[in-house]
Design a protein around this ligand. Sequence first.
Ligand code: ZN
Length: 92
Amino acid sequence: MKKRCAYCGEMIQASAMDCEHCGKVLRRTGSEAAPRATGLQKWQKGVPSWMIYGAVLFGILLIFLMYHQVSERLAEPAAKPIETQPLDQGAD
Ligand SMILES: [Zn+2]
């Protein structure tokens, strides 16, 4: 029994795990027309777009929060109010 290679179109053994003509690894045996999906395309299909945008936004938010915390810590010593004078001076 033979089948057609999904990559180069040559006839190969149906039980073959990889094509003897182009050398591509055939994981799915039985289906003649395997979809030519790259890893990225599969990843994009599996992950919804809102999740990608959400992850990007979350990253930006994290960076913003970290930057905000660092700037707050740097500004803390200068922002402290200096009150050295006592309020009750006229107690005699
Ligand atoms: Zn092939």
